[in-house]
Design a protein around this ligand. Structure first.
Ligand code: OGA
Ligand code: NI
Length: 369
């Protein structure tokens, strides 16, 4: 995206409006509409000629990402052994499924069906929520920074529901009331859940809980709803390019049972099969920074399917937008000095969003050499 659309002038931080215009994407075709074309076709801009050179994809179910039981973490008698499960999952996988998380399954079902209904709306209706120049929120595609860049086979709808002061008047308030209500309740629940998970991570690491709470209390939350239409030649495209998430932690809810998420481990792609009623949690770059490399953020991607559409709801839980983060003081020592710079969230996100989504490269920008 070029300097023509990104608001780089906000570095010094001015109004809240400046703060939430963190980046943007060039306008590209709507993939849901493209996928309806007859005869079906995959335009050149979506074809990854290098897909045959990529790492192997392991068969489904072998191996599986770890499973963490939140109830066991909160229960005095099982806490210690489950903290060990959490710690190992975060250290060695950066990904886990969370069961017994306490979020009502009827709320999850509601959020899923409302998301599905949103993408089912006619294009003219969805267009009212289009991303505006200089903004990644809204309906469209993310991370399209140049005309030469390959495109992902998917559309997104992205909103910032929390803190409430950052809500854009043309987005959440204009949604159908049932969707709005679902988002309202869902984002409150995800905030509570994220704080519980972050607390447990701090415990597992022997980190000062206050370091974690101060950073993430009233954190900024982004919900990104992904829609991957069926693709006539799924082996030629990616639904979402390989990346690590920039935020603190990501809480992913898969909407239907189409498989597509893959994580990279030991030089291979591992497909993730969501458990019913579970969240898929992963470490984002900010937690890798805060934990001073103890918990790595892991590269992942989404593939597409020739028959079925796939939908997912990713919620990124971040520090507060006007806060500064870096390696937690309680995790810095003479033996392990700070490995990353400290930075304000707004400046960090702006830098991240202005780059093409490529692997883990932005984390390297933050690293102290
Ligand atoms: C994301 C993401 C994976 C998926 O939105 O950052 O990684 O399964 N989504 O859609
Ligand atoms: Ni992601």
């Amino acid at each position: 995206m070029g300097a023509e659309v990104i608001d780089r002038g906000a570095k010094g931080v001015a109004s809240m409006d400046h703060l939430t215009k963190l980046g943007s994407s060039l306008e590209v075709p709507n993939v849901q509409e493209l996928a309806k074309e007859k005869p079906p076709r995959v335009p050149e801009r979506y074809i990854r000629h290098d897909r045959d050179q990529e790492e192997p994809v392991l068969p489904q179910y072998s191996p599986e990402i770890p499973v963490v039981d939140l109830q066991k973490l909160l229960d005095e008698s099982s806490m210690d052994s489950e903290l060990h499960v959490l710690h190992t999952a975060c250290q060695q996988w950066g990904f886990f499924q969370l069961i017994n998380h306490g979020v009502d399954s009827s709320l999850l079902e509601k959020m899923k069906s409302e998301t599905q209904e949103f993408f089912n709306l006619p294009l003219e209706v969805k267009k009212k929520f289009d991303q505006k120049p200089g903004d990644v929120e809204g309906y469209g595609q993310a991370f399209v920074v140049s005309k030469e860049q390959k495109l992902d086979w998917g559309d997104i709808f992205c909103i910032v529901p929390m803190p409430v002061s950052l809500r854009k008047p043309h987005l959440i308030p204009k949604l159908p009331s049932s969707f709005r209500d679902a988002i309202e309740t869902y984002s409150k629940e995800i905030k509570i859940l994220s704080m519980k998970i972050l607390n447990m991570m701090a415990k597992a690491l022997g980190m000062d809980i206050e370091d974690m709470v101060t950073l993430f209390e009233d954190g900024m939350q982004t919900i990104r709803m992904n829609y991957y239409p069926p693709c006539p030649q799924p082996e030629l495209v990616t639904g979402l390019s390989p990346h690590s998430d920039a935020g603190g932690i990501t809480v992913l809810l898969q909407v239907n049972d189409t498989i597509g998420l893959q994580i990279k481990k030991d030089g291979a792609w591992i497909p993730v099969t969501p458990l019913p009623n579970a969240f898929i949690i992963n470490i984002g770059d900010i937690i890798q920074i805060v934990t001073n490399d103890s918990y790595p953020s892991i590269e992942h991607r989404a593939t597409t399917n020739s028959e079925k559409e796939r939908l997912s709801i990713a919620t990124f839980y971040n520090p507060k937008l006007d806060g500064v983060f870096g390696p937690a003081p309680s995790l810095i020592s003479n033996e392990k000095p700070a490995r990353f710079k400290s930075i304000g969230l707004a400046e960090y996100l702006r830098g991240y969003l202005s780059r093409e989504l490529v692997g883990r490269s932005y984390l390297d920008v933050m690293r102290i050499n």
